[in-house]
Structure formats: structure tokens, C-alpha cells
Design a protein around this ligand. Structure first.
Ligand SMILES: [Zn+2]
Length: 101
């Protein structure tokens, strides 16, 4: 499966650059929210993040799962077919999983 690397959306200070194209910035912000919500959750398995789907016409809610074995976050919309995998989120400012280190 295609993995979106969180670091591709960040500048050297670990922030999403303001000069980034709008679409990329929106996707980066969306992924940051998903990483934040997912890594706050200590329980294993799929969780409901409460985050709205980033697709404009979709009002689905994103569920996500942290795969401990590979350290990637898989997210999925409850309504449309949007889904994805986020990699290299470790150590970003949305990473709440200090116990993994
Ligand atoms: Zn959706």
C-alpha cells in the first residue's frame, strides 16, 4: 500500500510550511490531526478519531489504527473510500507516543 510520509509535509522546523500549495497543506494538516488523535489513544486496535474526512463533499468520520509492528498509522473514512497510511510521523510534534521509545 502507498504510504504518505509525514516528513514530506514538514519544513526543517517540523512545521507545515505556509508557502506550500493549499491542497498539500490541507492534506498535511489533516494527517497531523490523525497522527495526534491516534497516538493519544493508548488502546490497541481501530479507534474513532472524530476527525472529519478531508474530502470536500464528504461528511464521513475518520477511524485509524496504529500498527505497532510496523509503526505506521492506517486511517479510513467511514463514508467515502478514502484511506491511507502515514509513515515517518514519529518524533513530529503530533506524536504522543513517548512510551514507544
Ligand atoms: Zn470521506
Amino acid at each position: 500500500m502507498y504510504i504518505t510520509q509525514m516528513t514530506h509535509f514538514l519544513d526543517e522546523t517540523g512545521n507545515i510550511p505556509k508557502q506550500m500549495p493549499k491542497e498539500a497543506r490541507e492534506l498535511g494538516s489533516f494527517m497531523a490531526l490523525v497522527v495526534d488523535a491516534t497516538t493519544k489513544e493508548k488502546s490497541a486496535g481501530r479507534i474513532n478519531t472524530g476527525i472529519r474526512c478531508f474530502q470536500e463533499k464528504c461528511d464521513g468520520i475518520i477511524s485509524s489504527e496504529l500498527h505497532n509492528s510496523i509503526y505506521d498509522i492506517h486511517w479510513k473514512c467511514s463514508k467515502c473510500n478514502s484511506e491511507g497510511t502515514i509513515g515517518s510521523w514519529q518524533g513530529t510534534k503530533w506524536d504522543n507516543t513517548d512510551e514507544y521509545y
